[in-house]
Every structure is written in structure tokens, then in C-alpha cells.
Design a protein around this ligand. Structure first.
Ligand code: SAH
Length: 232
């Protein structure tokens, strides 16, 4: 199924207008023609079925025939992830987290951050592709925070779980009930150097639970996948 992303501002009076990459993708890559049917998501829960009415060099206009709107799934999972050095690994983690249902992603700089190599433009387009790929209609918001404290202050959640490799498996079980009873849970994964002792203390002071993802020491991007998979 071909799904296209059109932000709400480009959907008016029963017509949706595909622009930029989405227009090129529809007309050049998928070779859409006037009269073809296609599906659109707006990133805020709207899903539309429509018919291509007009194709120009810069846009594809679609007449909407049917629409459905959904609320974001609850509980919302917010991923907080330490910035990892290798950009391809960071991008992999963001893509997989979105496929697995992260509603929001905060990338943060922490004590053991080695190097920052983040391209927001690429992450934004990964977020759109991953939403479409996984047949979701809510766009995951990806943001960068200059420190862990800023992220913890800004992101509103009612529950925090921290993946920590130094937690004993026997007392690092995930409390699923607290996640399912929450509106928004923050899942924290450290950068390749892990979290510092001070950071762990700060999490505990903020009421976070430290959880284990098993006996193996995972790379940060693997930990992201393993962590989110627990809540599928
Ligand atoms: N501090 C370690 C490795 C950090 S791994 C070192 O340098 O040797 C990067 C992140 O992945 C960690 O901060 C943690 O959030 C997560 N992680 C990796 N393996 C984990 C495990 N077995 N259980 C819980 N979290 C894990």
C-alpha cells in the first residue's frame, strides 16, 4: 500500500496537496496518474483515501473521498536516548523506535556523550518514512536536548523507566502495570558510555525505576529496540 504524508495545513476543502518529496515520490517514483487512488496520513491521527485529480511539476492534488481520525495510542511511550557517536546507528535507533511505537523521541547530551553528529533534517524524514512504513497516522516528534536535565524538566510524563546494564536482573523487572496505568511513560537509554553514577542518582531522585534488559550488555541502539519491544 502506498501511503503519503500531507501535513494538516495542506488539507483543505476536501482536497489534499502533496508537495516536495511526497509529490516527487507520487508522480515520479510511483508514477501516479490522474484518477489513481491513494492513501494519505496527516501525522495527527487523520487517514484519508482519495483520488488523484491533478499532477503538476510541484504538486499532486488529491480529492478526499473518505477519512478517519484516531487518537494517539495510550500509554504514550516517550524514548529518551543518549546521543551516540555513529550517525547511522543513531538513525537506525530512531527508525526502529518509531516502528515500535514511540510517540516522541528526545535525544540528549549526557556526561558520557562522546560526539554529536545529528542531522535533524534526516531524522525528520526518517520519522515520516517510519510512520508510513508501520501504517501509523501519528508523526513522532524528534527533538534534541542540550542536557539530560533540560529534557527531564521539559518532557512531561507520569512514569520514568531507565534501562541500566548494572541493575541486577532479579530486581530490575519492568513494572508493566505502572506503564499501562500511565498516560505517558519515559523510557531512557544511555549513550555508548552508559549513564554516570550521578545521572543514575538523579533519575532515582526523580522517582524513576531502573530496569534490566537481560544479562547481556547491549549496544545503545539494540537496547532501544529491546526496550520498546517489551511494550508491543
Ligand atoms: N556502560 C556500558 C555500556 C552502555 S550500553 C559500558 O560502557 O560498558 C548503552 C546503554 O544501553 C546503557 O546506558 C543502557 O541504557 C542500555 N543497556 C545496554 N545493555 C543493557 C542491559 N542489559 N540492561 C539494561 N540496559 C542496557
Amino acid at each position: 500500500m502506498n501511503i503519503f504524508y500531507v501535513p494538516p495545513a495542506q488539507i483543505n476543502n476536501g482536497f489534499a496537496e502533496l508537495l516536495d518529496q511526497e509529490a516527487i515520490h507520487a508522480s515520479k517514483v510511483m508514477r501516479a496518474r490522474e484518477g489513481d487512488k491513494l492513501t494519505i496520513v496527516d501525522g495527527v491521527g487523520g487517514r484519508y483515501e482519495g483520488i488523484v485529480r491533478r499532477i503538476t511539476k510541484k504538486s499532486v492534488q488529491v480529492e478526499i473521498k473518505d477519512e478517519q481520525h484516531s487518537l494517539p495510542p495510550k500509554p504514550q511511550l516517550v524514548l529518551g536516548m543518549g546521543i551516540i557517536k555513529k550517525r547511522d546507528r543513531l538513525e537506525f535507533a530512531v527508525e526502529k523506535a518509531i516502528e515500535l511505537g514511540a510517540a516522541q523521541i528526545g535525544l540528549f547530551r549526557s556526561e558520557h556523550t562522546i560526539k554529536e553528529n545529528v542531522r535533524m533534517d534526516r531524522l525528520e524524514s526518517i520519522a515520516v518514512s517510519a510512520m508510513k512504513q508501520s501504517l501509523q497516522s501519528h508523526l513522532c516528534n524528534v527533538e534534541i536536548y542540550h542536557s539530560l536535565d533540560i529534557m527531564l524538566d521539559v518532557v512531561t510524563v507520569d512514569n520514568i523507566l531507565v534501562a541500566h546494564e548494572k541493575v541486577d536482573e532479579t530486581n530490575g523487572d519492568i513494572d508493566y502495570k505502572s506503564v499501562h496505568n500511565s498516560d505517558r511513560t519515559l523510557l531512557l537509554v544511555g549513550p555508548e558510555g552508559g549513564f554516570s553514577e550521578d545521572e543514575i542518582e538523579e533519575f532515582v531522585n526523580r522517582g524513576a525505576d531502573l530496569v534490566s534488559l537481560g544479562p547481556n550488555r547491549l549496544r545503545a541502539e539494540t537496547a532501544v529496540v529491546a526496550f520498546l519491544s517489551q511494550f508491543l
